[in-house]
Design a protein around this ligand. Sequence first.
Ligand SMILES: *Cc1c(COP(=O)(O)O)cnc(C)c1O
Length: 382
Amino acid sequence: MSYNIPFNKPYLTGKEAHYIYQAVFTGKLSGNGIFTQKCQSFLGYRYGFSKCLLTTFCTDALEMAAILINTQPGDEIIMPSYTFVSTANAFILRGAKIIFADSMDTNPNLDAEKIEALITSKTKAIVPVHYAGCACDMDKIMQLSRKYNLYVIEDAAQAIDNYYIGVDGIKRPLGSIGHLAAFSFHETKNIISGEGGMLVVNDKQFEERAEIIWEKGTNRSAFFRGEVDKYGWVDMGSSYLPSEIVAAFLWAQLENMQDIQDKRLKIWNLYYEGLKGFAAANNIKLPLIPEYSTNNAHMFYLVCESLEQRSAIISYLKSKGILSVFHYLSLHSSPFYKDKHDGRVLPECDKYSDTLVRLPFYYELDDENIETIVKAVIESVG
Ligand SMILES: *Cc1c(COP(=O)(O)O)cnc(C)c1O
């Protein structure tokens, strides 16, 4: 079936092929070249991240974070069940046990009020996932981190260019608050490079080792800066650098970041205005942005009253050539983890698995498209 309005459509700023051509003709194609450094310094400067390392996937950045905190078999890692598999796999690969936390009633992020009861002497880290780019309650999470001496790794895959507003009134970029953070530039995110990711290191104790793990366990980066006179195998690691071709593509996107973000916010607001009356009248919920979060317009979703209602919306939109999609299936009840999970029911997480539907969201959606989609959503429940 072909859709007139797909769910996602990668946006090209127009300079991607040009920068890729430049990368190709300068003859430096492997990782950590000029484009990689341009992207890292741009993002570091814009958000005040002290160290950024581009990776081939956000999944890589999460795996690097799991290595950096020395995740050992038996360690417990707390994270939401309503998330992408990579959040959990990164720690599973190091033998950890995942302790799944429930989501909030009001939004799919993990409920920070429910974390403390899950902390044991084996807990090593909390991994908040900023769902739809919307901030988790970071004051509460960092307070638990200090009280119990736990690492916080932000899964900021969807959270580029979004901010947390603290109880102190200070606005901090997401990804700058935890000890480590992981971003994604997968083609479904706001800023893309096909596949792509980034590790952000906020805790200085990890800076040097992060670079070593990134470079296959060698101190090659320090060698190229002239800090050591030979380089060799000094730690465990893997190959996490993207090629310069990927970084060149990403650079074209970053140059146009403000335009991309402005356009996405406009789309988000059109959806919100178009659907708020309908939602209130039908007991459907629109995304709730808490007062401590800004909005990076990563996604627009509805939380339906029931699974049946969601199915009716998805199939009605499909009949109109519009592709809308549900999202995560609870990881705690997945075929891989259900026997390893401790048996707690996570009703909020299951609720989002059953009732959340995402509407098409991409730069090129115009006012007319949005009107068509809004109209179809309203008709589908009528
Ligand atoms: C997209 C996403 C990832 C994985 O990103 P990749 O770059 O595809 O590895 C991880 N976590 C969340 C929450 C995501 O949305």
